[in-house]
Each structure stands twice: as structure tokens, then as C-alpha cells.
Design a protein around this ligand. Structure first.
Ligand code: ATP
Ligand code: MG
Length: 354
């Protein structure tokens, strides 16, 4: 019997639906349930074959627990090691390198630091910052937003340098990015499951967050060309980042889909927010993905950091002579640094889960 655990926060309908869906399909052979954990021992035994993680980004104890459980061969959705290392600015830069349209973005030094950091500690920091240069590059309107965040927290639309300084001065210890604002004609959010299945959802961000009014029911919202490009970009991004579940958001202007947010490894899937069609799609797609993993007796994932950027591309390269994935050529370019790093001895020693 295989066991699937769900680790979740306040959400209700997604955990209920996915547990029900897996248990129905599992027929007693595969069981899904809520995870229960307490004090985690060094020699903690394996309890789950798969864990779906929806909350460890907000509970460090859960993140540490998941990493520990991965050591026993539990497959965690999403990879807790990569998620810990990931940030949105790196993602913007990586996606731009592999051919996805990204609005001009600048990483900013923090406005404030922990107590022991003084101006002496920051001798490497240019002062004053070249604010004129930064805003000339990004332009207005712009979005000031955290390099690692979610839930629209601390995201501000900025129209002038004075407004930028005013808002930036309230960001404290948060590390922020300034990004070109795309005055979009269309907007979509896309689920991606298993780095291959994509659902493009028309989305209206002018409606209140989580109101249930943001996901718009429009058929044939994108032209066939745009639809194909968005789908391809979503897969390119999710393969590069190695996320099994993610959402990618695009602001579309003059026929160009700009990816503006794609570090969402625990995306909203609540019935009241995303609507019945989208909710059912994600529950079914996740159920099928998990069963495919279990049936093919998945390999223990490589959790060395050198392999994390693109484990699937690595497998594709070694196993298949004629890879099917649309973005294989692009994947290879980003697999390169990982290979180089793997040659270094200290990294090779760290192999923990092969
Ligand atoms: N570059 C941009 N151009 C246009 N609109 C933007 C841009 N960046 C952010 N926005 C707007 O602000 C909203 C929130 O920004 P973003 O998605 O980056 O924040 P978040 O906190 O990661 O949100 P989420 O909860 O979706 O993960 C977007 O849905 C979009 O409407
Ligand atoms: Mg977003």
C-alpha cells in the first residue's frame, strides 16, 4: 500500500478534494490523508511515499521536516530544497535567458537591515544609489514588489520617483525588485502540473484578491498563436525550475505574453476562489500525476543542489535519444552550470539520495 500525505494551511476544499480523489482512484491500494507530525527524530522512519506541500513556505519547521523526510525517499511536491533556495529575481533572470519575455526588472538593496549591520558592514554597497538610472531603465508605471513573496503583499504600483522613494522607505528589511509595469490588454494565470500539463485561465487582477471574481469564464480567450506561446513558455519555465506544481502569470501587451509571477509552488486551488472548472482540473491533474509517479515506481529524486535546477532534463539527456520535450535545447543550456559544479569534489561528496 502506498501513502500520500497532504500538508496544508487554512485552505479547505483543495485538501478535501485531492484526498477524496486519490482515495477513490486508489481503491485501498493508495491512501491519502492529512500529514501529522510532531518532534522529528534523526532516525525518523518513512511514513509517506508522496507529500503534497501547501504551507512550508510559511512554517520553517515544516520545511525542515520535509527535507528530513525526503532523505527517506518521500517524494515531496514541490522539491523543498529548491523552493528554499529559489527567489523571484533569479527566476526572472533565468526565464529571460531561456527565451521567455520578462518585463525589465532591477533588484534593489534593502531599505533596512538587522541591528548589527551598520554602514561599515555595507562598504560594498554603492551610495547613493543611481535611482535616476534605475527608473530610466525600468520606466513608469512600475511595480515595486518583494523578491520573494506572495498574496499580493507589499506589491505597489509606482508612477514617479517621489512615489518610489516614499513606498521604498516603508519596505524595511524586505528585499525588493522594481519591475516595468505592463499595461496589459489581456491577463492569464496558468496551472502547470508535472511540467507538462497546462491550464490557461483568463484572469482579471483588477477584481479583489481571492474574491472569486478574478477567474473569468471566457472560452477562446487567447488567439491560437498566443495560446501556443503561453503554453510553451509555461512548460519552459516549470521545467527549468523543476516545479511539479506551479502557476505562471502573464500580462499580455501587443501580442507579447510577459511572465510577471511564476514562483507559486503552492498555488491557490480553492473552489470559491478559482471556480469549479479550474478546481476540478487541478485536482484531477494532480491525482493523475501522483498515480503516474507511484505506478512508475519513481526514482528517488536527486536532492543535491547541483541537480535541482533541472533534474528532468538531466534524465532526458541520459535516457532518451530523441527527447520529446519542446524546450529540450533550452533545457540543455541551463543544465551546463550544474554539470560543471558537479565535477567539483565537495559537491560530489554531498550525494545523499541516489
Ligand atoms: N510587471 C507587472 N506588470 C503589470 N502588473 C503587475 C506587474 N507585477 C505585478 N503586477 C500586478 O500585481 C499583482 C500582484 O503581483 P505579483 O503576482 O507579482 O505578486 P504576488 O504577491 O506574487 O502574488 P500571488 O499571490 O499571485 O503570488 C499581479 O497579479 C498583477 O496584477
Ligand atoms: Mg501573482
Amino acid at each position: 500500500m502506498k501513502r500520500v500525505g497532504i500538508l496544508t494551511g487554512r485552505e479547505q476544499t483543495f485538501p478535501e478534494s485531492i484526498i477524496k480523489s486519490i482515495n477513490e482512484k486508489g481503491n485501498g491500494e493508495v491512501i491519502a490523508e492529512m500529514v501529522t507530525v510532531g518532534g522529528i527524530r534523526l532516525d525518523e522512519a518513512k511514513k509517506y511515499d508522496v507529500i503534497i506541500d501547501r504551507i512550508s513556505h510559511e512554517v520553517p519547521y515544516y520545511r525542515a521536516t520535509l527535507k528530513r523526510l525526503a532523505l527517506e525517499g518521500t517524494y515531496v511536491i514541490n522539491n523543498p530544497f529548491w523552493w528554499s533556495a529559489d527567489d523571484k529575481f533569479f527566476n526572472f533572470s533565468l526565464a529571460a535567458k531561456i527565451g521567455v519575455a520578462i518585463p525589465k526588472t532591477v533588484l534593489l538593496p534593502q531599505q533596512d537591515y538587522i541591528e548589527d549591520i551598520t554602514s561599515e558592514s555595507l562598504r560594498n554597497l554603492e551610495f547613493p544609489l543611481d535611482w535616476e538610472g534605475i527608473v530610466n531603465y525600468v520606466g513608469f508605471p512600475a511595480f515595486l514588489k518583494p523578491f520573494d513573496g506572495g498574496g499580493w503583499k507589499n506589491v505597489s504600483k509606482i508612477h514617479s520617483l517621489e512615489e518610489l522613494w516614499h513606498v521604498y522607505n516603508q519596505t524595511g528589511k524586505l528585499c525588493m525588485t522594481l519591475q516595468e509595469g505592463i499595461e496589459f490588454d489581456q491577463f492569464v494565470r496558468c496551472y502547470c502540473v508535472g511540467q507538462e500539463r497546462v491550464l490557461i485561465m483568463p484572469y482579471d487582477p483588477t477584481k479583489p484578491y481571492l474574491s472569486g471574481m478574478q477567474y473569468v469564464n471566457v472560452t477562446d480567450y487567447l488567439s491560437p498563436e498566443l495560446h501556443a506561446r503561453v503554453e510553451k513558455d509555461v512548460i519552459t519555465i516549470c521545467k527549468a525550475l523543476g516545479y511539479d506544481l506551479n502557476t505562471v502569470e502573464f500580462a499580455i501587451k501587443d501580442g507579447v505574453p510577459y511572465a510577471i509571477d511564476f514562483m507559486n509552488p503552492a498555488p491557490d486551488a480553492e473552489l470559491a476562489s478559482v471556480g469549479e472548472f479550474n478546481h476540478n482540473w487541478i485536482v484531477n491533474a494532480m491525482t493523475e500525476f501522483i498515480f503516474k509517479k507511484l505506478e512508475t515506481d519513481f526514482e528517488t529524486p536527486e536532492y543535491r543542489w547541483t541537480s535541482m535546477l533541472n533534474p528532468s532534463a538531466k534524465k532526458t539527456e541520459t535516457k532518451t535519444a530523441a527527447p520529446k520535450a519542446a524546450s529540450t535545447a533550452k533545457s540543455k543550456t541551463i543544465a551546463k552550470p550544474a554539470k560543471k559544479a558537479a565535477e567539483k569534489k565537495p559537491q560530489a561528496k554531498n550525494a545523499s539520495a541516489e
